[in-house]
Write a protein that binds this ligand. Structure first.
Ligand code: MN
Length: 304
């Protein structure tokens, strides 16, 4: 029995950070979040000229959740206020637990800046339960060769986190999730077992794909939302084209969630505390980087 497809949501094209073009399936006015997933951005393929203008995300804070960056092509360089530094390339991952609070920057690598190149990747935000919101910040830099490639009949999955067909991804997540980059050959299909009650999403990078019991069509830059209750996730590629997608499976945390810009907490009061802590410099700073702009408080009470 295949899990039912309940929605197909188009990504909205938007600008992030210093002007990065992203395709964002959520949050948008049409879809806020899919517990425990708070945000998904596909950093659209962007070609950088050698020695050209650098467009990235300069230093900014986070508190209360985890950010997961996965590269398909090109390189991005991460620096943060805890002293972590890493450059990730195709198939690599940086898994940052912002927890209690961190300031980080995400920029095209030095190599991309001087030699030019194309960057394409994804950033996922994963929620934390109240008990772990202010956990000590942590950084996991994972290279492609750390991750198992699970192979089946006409498909393969590069497994970042969680379990898939008896294999386990190397990322240590605070909540049970599975995150994988899946490729399905033209005319083939993958049938992914999903634990009952888990949120089940597939973001189509290259398509179209035929999904679920109904074999409904989902085009590229669309998010397929499957029913939470039970059944396998079916992703089929039509005879005409292969499919490339990110598969996101996660156990809902099922707690109130309040977000404001780069902070995600359980209550509006906790958001105000996060803003005060950041503005007072208590989330640290990146040595040798410029200062950060203060964040203004919301005028209204934020609701979950
Ligand atoms: Mn960030």
């Amino acid at each position: 029995m295949y899990r039912q497809l309940i929605d197909v949501i188009p990504a909205q094209e938007t600008l992030e950070g210093g002007g990065i073009r992203v395709n964002r399936p959520f949050p948008t006015p049409a879809a806020d979040w899919f517990d425990p997933f708070l945000l998904l951005d596909e950093m659209a393929p962007t070609t950088h000229a050698p020695g050209g203008k650098v467009v990235g995300v300069p230093p900014h804070p986070h508190r209360g959740f985890e950010t997961v960056t996965y590269m398909i092509s090109g390189e991005v360089e991460h620096r943060d206020s805890a002293g972590n530094h890493g450059v990730i390339g195709p198939g690599d991952v940086q898994w940052m637990t912002a927890g209690d609070g961190i300031v980080h920057s995400e920029m095209p690598s030095e190599h991309i800046q001087t030699e030019g190149g194309t960057t394409h990747g994804l950033q996922l935000w994963v929620n934390l339960p109240a008990a772990l919101r202010r956990t000590t910040p942590r950084y996991q830099g994972l290279v492609s060769s750390d991750m198992p490639t699970v192979r089946g009949d006409g498909w393969l999955a590069h497994l970042v986190a969680g379990e898939l067909f008896g294999q386990t991804g190397p990322a240590d997540s605070h909540t049970p999730i599975t995150y994988a980059h899946v490729t399905v050959d033209a005319g083939s299909a993958i049938d992914i077992p999903v634990p009952n009650g888990f949120t089940a999403l597939a973001y189509i990078i290259a398509g179209p794909a035929d999904l679920g019991e109904e074999r409904a069509t989902a085009h590229a830059q669309h998010l397929a939302v499957f029913d939470r209750s039970s059944g396998d996730m079916l992703i089929a590629a039509p005879a005409e084209n292969a499919v490339q997608c990110m598969v996101l499976l996660g156990q809902p945390i099922d707690e109130p969630m309040v977000r404001y810009g780069p902070f995600v907490m359980n209550t509006s009061e906790e958001i105000h505390i996060a803003i005060d802590d950041f503005n007072a410099g208590r989330m640290g700073k990146i040595p040798a980087a410029g200062g950060t702009t203060k964040i203004h408080k919301p005028q209204e009470h934020l609701r979950s």
